[in-house]
Design a protein around this ligand. Structure first.
Ligand SMILES: [Zn+2]
Length: 100
């Protein structure tokens, strides 16, 4: 799909590392499937993946975990990912970055 951030790049299915900050806690989630822009590096996650990540982040914060690794999204299909939505970082008052 066309990147909606830079409006130039094409996104490609890839696995990303998501860093979430919630209050004092930082949670790093590896192995998240998403679409990554080949131009600006911006990435897009499906709504289902976003929900999974937020749920994991909540659990990790409660448990005091800093690094959470996700290896499988059982219900996820390529179609889910292609129906990507921008990650609702601001709505959730979270920051998300992907190390280059
Ligand atoms: Zn882009």
């Amino acid at each position: 799909m066309k990147c909606t951030i830079c409006k130039h790049g094409e996104t490609r299915l890839d696995v990303v590392t998501v860093t979430l900050q919630r209050g004092e806690a930082t949670v790093i989630i590896r192995g998240v499937p998403g679409e990554v822009c080949q131009n600006c590096g911006g990435h897009f996650l499906s709504e289902g993946v976003t929900r999974e990540i937020l749920a994991h982040a909540d659990r990790a914060v409660e448990a005091g975990t800093e690094v959470e690794a996700l290896s499988d999204f059982p219900d996820l299909t390529a179609e889910d990912i292609r129906a990507c939505l921008a990650f609702a970082a601001e709505r959730e008052r979270m920051l998300m970055t992907v190390p280059s």
